[in-house]
Design a protein around this ligand. Sequence first.
Ligand SMILES: Nc1ncnc2c1ncn2[C@@H]1O[C@H](COP(=O)(O)OP(=O)(O)OP(=O)(O)O)[C@@H](O)[C@H]1O
Ligand SMILES: [Mg+2]
Length: 268
Amino acid sequence: MISLSDFNHDHSPHSIAVSVKNLSLTYTTSIEKKPTLKSRLKSLGRGKKHTRVVHALNDVSFDVNYGSVLGVIGSNGAGKSTLMRVISGIVPPTKGRVEVYGSVSTLLALGVGFNPSMSGRDNVYLGGLAAGMSSQEIDKNFEAIAAFSELGEAIDAPMRTYSSGMFARLAFSVAAVVEPDILIIDEALSTGDAKFKEKSLNRIKELRSADRALILVSHGLATVENICNEVIWLNRGEFMMRGEPAEVIAAYRKFVNAKKNAVTDEDV
Ligand SMILES: Nc1ncnc2c1ncn2[C@@H]1O[C@H](COP(=O)(O)OP(=O)(O)OP(=O)(O)O)[C@@H](O)[C@H]1O
Ligand SMILES: [Mg+2]
């Protein structure tokens, strides 16, 4: 369950912003194999069905305090994006709970509410509304958001025509202007070009504040070490470690290198 409690924007530093308790999430996907000509002749057109079960998160618990910049690291498929989706309320947990302490309008997960078939302009409104702004407030801030994105005329093109960097630019620009109390940034930095990366990094540094909580999911370990004040590490849905950035990153690096050297064909 996701529950929101309104603290009237009066977040004292070190009070809890997000609490994740014994969170598990299992994806169950049914896969229908497309019949080949040979099998079609055999089975008269019936595709074979089977289910793929992925334990994307397994009994994960941690808190994020106001004033904190939390880095989330781990290999591909570790469950990082899944965790962010559950925290932002897009996916319900299979087990456990997430509590968000802030007003309904305070949590923004970058680009999560965007609709690719709509224009960038329309998505600024979607994203802004998702972050709790009124359409008048978005009207007022639209030019600033568009300017920050530096998308130019592309702002009126459908987002499905955007490169992933352009997508990330627009998502980040909404967040940069809206200034939400709780901001979740999943990989947005890594897809921008060098210039935009630096600009967004600087904006994130400015957004660090005692009454705001930032959660940054990234494979950019140097960036994480540079701007976060604590880090959690996930691996295959398991919560591995939480602590000082340098300490957790070193443990993660060691783990990945050990796996690389082991005789295994598994991904690290
Ligand atoms: N919508 C979905 N349906 C089924 N399985 C999914 C879905 N989304 C993710 N998964 C699976 O859940 C696991 C965790 O995926 P997730 O996207 O959370 O990983 P991640 O840590 O964000 O990885 P990356 O570093 O590649 O972004 C993976 O095994 C993935 O295949
Ligand atoms: Mg991800």
